[in-house]
Structure formats: C-alpha cells, structure tokens
Design a binder for this molecule. Sequence first.
Ligand code: SAM
Length: 176
Amino acid sequence: MEVSVLRLSHRYVRDTRTTTHLFLVARAFGTDKVVYTGQRDKEIEEELKEITETWGGSFKIEHSESWTSTLKDWQNSDGETIHLTMYGLPIQDVINQIRASKKNKLIIVGGAKVPGTVYRLVDWNVAVTSQPHSEVGALSVFLHELFEGRELSKNFPNAKLIIIPQQKGKKVTKTD
Ligand code: SAM
C-alpha cells in the first residue's frame, strides 16, 4: 500500500516553516511521497532532498499545479482519498475501516481555507478531535493510527548518517 500526502495551497515564505514540518513528519512517519499545490517552493524541495540523502529512504516531493487533477488521477487509479478536517468523522470511529482497505491512500491536508469541493470529492473526511489545531498534529496522529505504530521502527535504507539511540548524549555513525 502506497501512502502519499497532498498539501493544499502552500504560500511561499508565510507557510514555509509549517509546510517543511509537515513534510518532515510525512517522511519520518512512513509515507512515500508528498505533493503540494499553491506556490512552488524550491527551498523546501531542496531541504527535503538533502534530508533524504543524509538520513535515507526514497521519499519524494512534487509540486502540482492543480489539486483537482492530483485527486482525480489518484481516484482514477483506484486509490483512496482521505481529507483531514475538524469537521469530519472522528478518527476513532473510522480508522479500522480505512486501515482494512489495502488501496493506496492519498491524505489531504489544508492550510488556508479548503475549497468545499474537496469535502465532496474525497472518500473520507476524518477529524482528529473536532477541535481546530494543526495539519502537522493531525497528520502525525492519523499516520500513527493508520500504521498502528509500525512507523516508529521504519528502516531508511542508504542513510549516510544513522543515530545510535542513547539514554544520554548523542551518538551518530557515518556509513561511508
Ligand atoms: N479552520 C481551518 C479549517 O479547517 O478550514 C483550520 C485550518 S488548520 C490551521 C490547517 C489544516 O489542519 C486543516 O485544513 C486540516 O487539514 C488540519 N486540521 C486542523 N485541525 C484538524 C482536526 N481537528 N482534525 C483533522 N485535521 C485538522
């Protein structure tokens, strides 16, 4: 099962920090790819590429001109679409059903106002509490529930640096 994230309406500079954190979470917590719409941000693309080269794995980042075509392409290839929103169904009520389907999954998160069409076109609108918070928090909890904690011990092949966990202090090994 492939899992990707679609981030809507990125605004260069204004959203750079949040979008970067969102993509770092997407990578660290086990997704394969992020796609984003809105303003193209080559600094974020470069930063994620460098992180992946250093810390391993095959995470991809793409810019899309149109969220509708990204979403429809995904649906046309029999993938499932899940929009994270505080107005959706509680995650605890639907996650078993979402997990049971082995279809590829596109997880959509907003930033600025999300167009109403998104709510209508997706397969699922899912809430991580019915309170407003953040796309970074919502994505983290959703992925943790989707993968049932397996993402915590995910391997990242071809890393140049590997952390050796320590009770105190920092230990990092170089692989080449
Ligand atoms: N009032 C805004 C809205 O939902 O349209 C909140 C924007 S919030 C800063 C940005 C994104 O965080 C939302 O588009 C949604 O993807 C995510 N988000 C925020 N709270 C959430 C919640 N309780 N459950 C799921 N996703 C949430």
